[in-house]
Ligand binder design. Structure first.
Ligand code: NDP
Length: 322
């Protein structure tokens, strides 16, 4: 495994990390979750990503349960949570958002569900138009000073709002955000490559990127239809299937155009897609979302594939992406 600094912090996270989003508690039950976390940890993955809203808190509960069962040493792994959407269906006004109240309540609930005394990373899952950024920055600063959170960050915040958070932190001598969690993959590049470009040097911002395989699209497994035992074939995820496959098959056409490049390199399409994410110099961690052991084992090979992506291959990829 390769370890990368989380931006300019001293925290070293595994370049390939592992998250629980739609898998834990729905596609993946307890014994499978235990196997996947054990496999990940044994292969050097040291960062496990979660959020209050994943399966309404169940994903955190399951992850906390299996990590405790596996007796992983607390100083050898990192765990994250995210606040904004709430941990229940139809949350009441105080049960979602980035108010000081919900940031505090959600943190305490995540600590309990994940069975830890502190969160290594805590993300504001989306911007909250109803809460001043200064209130959220102050709430995060308090949690850091209380020792309940080590590093806080944002997820899918516009660059200008991240800048505002830094300005508020600087002026109030509060803890500034250290990282952002954006989507980044071959089909979704702009924010990480363009919008955030000035922030990496200016603030030492790290990124822990999500959906590196676009929910599996970039494995090629959806090229000829939706397999029943897949994420997009799951009845609960029709909304995701519609969102990803809606645009007249344009995404799938791009995936098909990339396939010969992977073939010529002698690697599966999924490995090419993950290696491409790893190659970006400001990606601190690529968060994997495997639901089966074999997927995780395969995806771990992406680290060695980065060396195959020389300038000529990168140009070919850009060309295929149009
Ligand atoms: P991916 O884009 O890598 O998708 C993962 C899914 O792709 C798997 O569950 C599996 O689906 C399929 N897959 C993975 N590897 C293979 C393989 N080798 N062969 C075939 N199929 C494969 O990541 P996620 O979308 O899961 O995102 C990763 C993590 O990012 C999440 O778990 C979460 O922690 C975080 N995240 C954060 C968000 C945010 O807003 N901050 C939003 C979304 C995710 P299956 O077997 O079910 O078909």
């Amino acid at each position: 495994m390769e370890y990368r600094r989380l931006g300019s912090t001293g925290l070293k996270v595994s370049a390939l990390s592992y998250g629980a989003w739609v898998t834990f508690g729905r596609q993946v039950g307890r014994s499978q979750a235990r196997e996947l976390i054990a496999l990940a940890y044994d292969h050097g993955i040291n960062f496990f990503d979660n959020a209050e809203t994943y399966n309404a808190g169940e994903a955190e509960r399951l992850m906390g349960d299996v990590i405790a069962d596996l007796r992983l040493p607390r100083d050898a792994y990192c765990v994250s949570s995210k606040v904004y959407f709430g941990a229940v269906e139809n949350p009441k006004p105080t049960q979602r958002g980035l108010s000081r109240k919900h940031v505090f309540d959600a943190c305490h609930q995540a600590l309990e569900r994940l069975r830890v005394d502190y969160l290594d990373m805590y993300f504001c899952h989306r911007p909250d138009p109803d809460t001043p950024v200064a209130e959220t920055v102050a709430a995060m600063d308090t949690l850091v000073r209380q020792g309940k959170v080590l590093y806080w960050g944002t997820s899918e915040w516009p660059a200008e709002l991240i800048e505002e958070a830094h300005r508020v932190a600087r002026e109030g001598q509060l803890t500034a955000p250290s990282m952002e969690q954006p989507q980044y993959n071959l089909l979704h590049r702009e924010r990480v490559e363009q919008e955030y470009a000035p922030l990496y040097e200016r603030y030492g911002m790290g990124t822990t990127i999500w959906s590196p395989l676009a929910s599996g699209l970039l494995t090629g497994k959806y090229n000829d239809g939706v397999p029943e035992d897949s994420r997009l074939g799951h009845p609960d995820y029709a909304w995701l299937r519609e969102a990803l496959l809606e645009n007249d098959g344009a995404r799938l056409r791009t995936v098909r155009a990339l396939a010969p490049i992977a073939d010529d390199l002698g690697i599966p399409m999924s490995r090419l897609a993950l290696a491409w994410c790893l190659k970006h110099p400001h990606v601190s961690a690529v968060i994997l979302g495997a639901s089966k052991n074999a997927q995780l084992e395969e995806n771990l090979k992406a680290i060695d594939a980065v060396a195959l992506l020389d300038d000529a291959v990168m140009q070919r990829i850009d060309l295929a992406l149009g």
